[in-house]
Write a new protein. Structure first.
Length: 316
């Protein structure tokens, strides 16, 4: 594949992409990737690398561990891509939900060490929020996002509860989030309004909803204490689906993200409008690669989380 940096966007996955073994092949093949995992181990004070590579799956799936694990794998893949490709500055970067912290590192706006600490704290406050204000999430298939917004509004009114859009992932796949009773009512209403399926996700946290308000307040203190700088290249934010250009905008986004929907469809379309023709997903699995192909079949989207994938992308 021939890459034109001026027409290439780098994207980074969020929760749901983790799996035992993630990043091991990179660390075995590239000293820079191994050093990055070792740095994460040192910062966190426990062997995150062993958890990524050996599991167990339930501990890796704890959001407290998942978030720094995904960050470390994604940043390792990004560093390997950069050192293998030589001088390479992409058009822009973006991350899906927690993946936005990987994008911050790639944009030169946040040091890896600070990103590790922030994703660990983000996981902690989200886990605590799930215990104090339990909720849930569900994927709704083949229902227009505007129709689903109306469904959520009706379910919230009928139950006097909380439920709304959490992730606008791609045409035909939208995730809703909220309190259990309101969520279940919204799922039933979605099916009545023509959704093909309503799938309850295996989480007890209402991510990207007002159930995360207290968590956002606590996380904001950690964000304020971290050193953000203006990004060196455009970073498309989940909350606004537009380029974020200053450290102040990045801080605001990092906190608002917890209670705001992930506008992924709009983000991808914004990158396409900027001139992105190729999207490289840096991290575990290929979730975003699939979503991007459904958002815009004309876009070229490839996963690059293993040595073989990175070499294939670069044609080396």
């Amino acid at each position: 594949m021939t890459l034109d940096p001026k027409h290439t966007a780098l994207v980074f996955p969020g929760q749901g992409s983790q799996s035992v073994g993630m990043g091991k092949a990179l660390a075995d093949s590239f000293p820079s990737a191994r050093r990055l995992f070792e740095e994460a181990d040192s910062i966190l004070g426990f062997p995150l690398s062993s958890l990524c590579w050996e599991g167990p799956d339930d501990r890796l799936g704890d959001t407290y561990n998942t978030q720094p694990a995904l960050l470390t794998h994604s940043v390792a893949a990004w560093r390997v891509l950069m050192e293998t490709a030589g001088p390479f500055q992409p058009l822009c970067v973006a991350g899906h939900s927690m993946g936005e912290f990987s994008a911050l590192v790639a944009a030169g706006a946040l040091a890896f060490a600070d990103a590790v600490r922030l994703t660990r704290e983000r996981g902690r406050v989200m886990r605590d929020a799930g215990e104090s204000r339990p909720g849930g999430m569900a994927a709704i298939l083949n229902l227009d996002v505007d129709a689903l917004k109306a469904v959520c509004a009706r379910a919230a009114e009928e139950t006097e509860g909380i439920v709304h859009i959490a992730n606008d992932n791609c045409p035909g796949q939208v995730v809703i989030s909220g309190e259990v009773e309101a969520l279940q009512r919204a799922m039933a209403l979605a099916l009545e309004h023509g959704a093909r399926r309503a799938i309850r996700l295996n989480v007890s946290i209402g991510s990207h909803s007002v159930l995360m308000s207290d968590a956002a307040g606590r996380f904001g203190k950690a964000v304020d204490a971290a050193r953000f700088t203006d990004p060196l290249l455009p970073l498309i934010g989940n909350v606004t689906a537009r380029p974020l250009q200053t450290a102040a905008e990045l801080r605001e986004e990092a906190t608002a993200q917890l209670t705001s929907p992930v506008r992924w469809v709009e983000s991808v379309r914004a990158m396409r409008a900027m001139g992105a023709e190729t999207f490289i997903e840096l991290g575990n699995k290929d979730v975003l690669t699939g979503l991007i192909k459904r958002i815009d079949p004309q876009a070229r989207s490839v996963a690059a989380g293993t040595p073989e994938q990175i070499r294939s992308v670069l044609g080396v």
